[in-house]
Write a protein that binds this ligand. Structure first.
Ligand SMILES: *Cc1c(COP(=O)(O)O)cnc(C)c1O
Length: 532
């Protein structure tokens, strides 16, 4: 299996190269040359597999044994999911008739990003160890992972990479603009290779600084920058697994009731990574209804499925400069969805089935050119418009729903009250999960009776105290966030010792100096004068 860029050009890459490179030099994203199909007997063979077994089976289809041996892959997978608190890793919780919540937040930082980032951290370590075998001192290759976060990605990446040999991680966050729990989750990690940088600025400023450092060729080459953002192929790959796990668990739970059941996955989405992983699972052959893309008011995806226009919102409609709206589900507050480009490639490729089916090489070249054209348009004019045919293909596999903050609050309340006669169970949903639950309910009425909904739950509610308290405090005078929502792991977190580098102004030079200084202090770089 080789990897190619959505915008064409260059030769194909190995899995290792695709993971370590992140973004292609021409701005494209890496995709597998072909989407593998499932082994013929997968449905019976995999039926009783654990999360780890499934992960090994699925990842093996995308990672050649010549790159990572089967035994090494198994070790990587086992190590990555040993940090999860739940034995099933991603348990399926039946909360109503025909409604299941797939809980993806039982990892170290209580958000779904752990599923991918625990694995990516171990993968980075594995590749570096291999390169560094028998080398010592300054001959060892090191990796400087750099990222900006508005909350979830930062802590999940830090937990994925803490204490790994030959890797340092620098995470920029906007000072006092991430939730107190999220800030504490990041800054209370005191491992010597973990560096939090709090910048007195906005998240967008932090992201701009990170982008300029990646674009700084001399700096990048000297410090071997690595990216952990959601365009990294390994993250998408790791996330395919729980769609299969959920499929088998739903089947098991329904065995005696309804053998014709089909699954409708409902996915709260921002950068289109999580739901794209589900689409790959479906394309590989996992039986599923159209995937539901659930967005908050940052609805570029919902607008695409309504109109065929992939278009940034006009800047004037926003409350914040740049056009991103601040919502109660901040991990989905995006302007454009970076992984969407991957789907666009397949739409372009599939739309050429009639005209170019006999010349696959040419068909791929045209698909890459089409994608490049669309992305150039987004960059230049803020929008790309696809043909009716491409839109029809997109609608064959997805439906999209937009959910605003008021509906998010109502849904958190409704599930807490456990209304609609479903037993006496009460469920406290985080605001991202509530976006998914709302979309699911809207669609449920039109579903045939055999359809079972699986809503992906992307965070533990304790991470988003503002939304949860705003929803639940008015319902009951005795509602107590600490007692009813906070897991014991969070108790005392806010009081723990912190390690953080403060930067007073959003200036690239200041961040660069701080990074070099920290690397020198950790012995990874020998002197500041060796110069960039
Ligand atoms: C990152 C994140 C999302 C969005 O995931 P994408 O892959 O960007 O679509 C949803 N919910 C939570 C809690 C997240 O952290």
């Amino acid at each position: 299996m080789r990897y190619v860029s959505t915008r064409g050009g260059e030769d194909s890459l190995s899995f290792e190269q695709a993971v370590l490179t992140g973004l292609a030099p021409n701005g494209g994203l890496y995709i597998p040359h072909t989407v593998p199909t499932l082994p013929p007997n997968w449905d019976s063979l995999w039926a009783s597999y654990s999360f780890q077994d499934l992960s090994h089976a699925i990842l093996s289809l995308y990672i050649p044994e010549s790159e990572i041996s089967s035994t090494d892959l198994r070790d990587l997978v086992n190590k990555s999911y040993a940090t999860f608190r739940h034995p099933e890793v991603a348990p399926l919780n039946p909360i109503k008739d025909k409604e299941f919540v797939l809980e993806l937040w039982h990892g170290p930082t209580f958000a779904f990003k752990d599923v991918a980032l625990q694995f990516l951290g171990n993968l980075f370590e594995f590749f570096l160890q291999r390169k560094n075998e028998g080398k010592s001192g300054s001959y060892r290759e090191t990796l400087t992972v750099l990222g900006a976060t508005s909350g979830d990605t930062g802590s999940a990446a830090i937990y994925g990479l803490r204490s790994k040999a030959d890797v340092d991680i620098f995470i920029l966050h906007p000072k006092n603009r991430v939730s107190p729990i999220q800030e504490a989750q990041m800054t209370t990690i005191t491992d010597s290779n973990v560096h939090n940088i709090a910048v007195k600025a906005t998240f967008d400023d932090c992201q701009d600084i990170v982008k300029s450092l990646f674009a700084d060729k001399a700096f990048n080459e000297k410090y071997h920058l690595g990216a952990v953002n959601s365009i990294n192929w390994a993250r998408i790959l790791a996330q395919m697994v729980y769609y299969f796990l959920a499929y088998f668990h739903v089947k098991k739970q329904l065995e005696k009731i309804d053998s014709d059941a089909t699954i409708q996955f409902v996915v709260p989405t921002g950068n289109f990574g999580d739901v794209l992983a589900g689409w790959y699972a479906k394309r590989m052959g996992l039986p599923a209804e159209r995937l539901v893309v659930a967005t908050n008011s940052n609805d570029i995806l919902a607008r695409f499925w309504a109109s065929g226009r992939y278009e940034k919102p006009p800047a004037s409609t926003s409350t914040v400069t740049g056009g991103v709206l601040e919502t109660l589900s901040p991990a989905m507050d995006i302007l454009v969805s970076s992984n969407f480009e991957r789907l666009l490639w397949y739409l372009a490729y599939d739309s050429l089935a009639g005209s170019l089916s006999s010349d696959d090489g040419e068909r791929r070249r045209v698909a890459c050119k089409t994608v490049k054209g669309w992305m150039d348009n987004v960059k230049a004019d803020g929008r790309a418009v696809v043909s009716e045919e491409v839109l029809a293909l997109a609608r064959k596999d997805f439906v999209a729903e937009k959910v605003d903050d008021a509906q998010t609050i109502e849904t958190i309340q409704a599930y807490y009250k456990a209304e609609n006669g479903f037993s006496d169970a009460s469920y406290i949903a985080d605001p991202h999960t509530a976006v998914g639950l709302t979309a699911a309910r809207r669609l449920a009425g039109n579903n045939p009776p055999s359809v079972q909904q699986v809503i992906l739950s992307t965070a533990h509610p304790a991470k988003f105290s503002e939304a949860v308290t705003r929803a639940l405090a008015p319902l009951s005078a005795s509602f107590n966030f600490e007692r009813e929502v906070m897991p014991e792991e969070f108790q005392g977190l806010l009081q723990k010792e912190r390690k953080v580098i403060d930067i007073e102004k959003p200036e690239v030079g200041l961040v660069k100096d701080a990074i070099v200084k920290a690397l020198v202090a950790s012995g990874k770089v020998f002197s500041e004068a060796s110069g960039v």
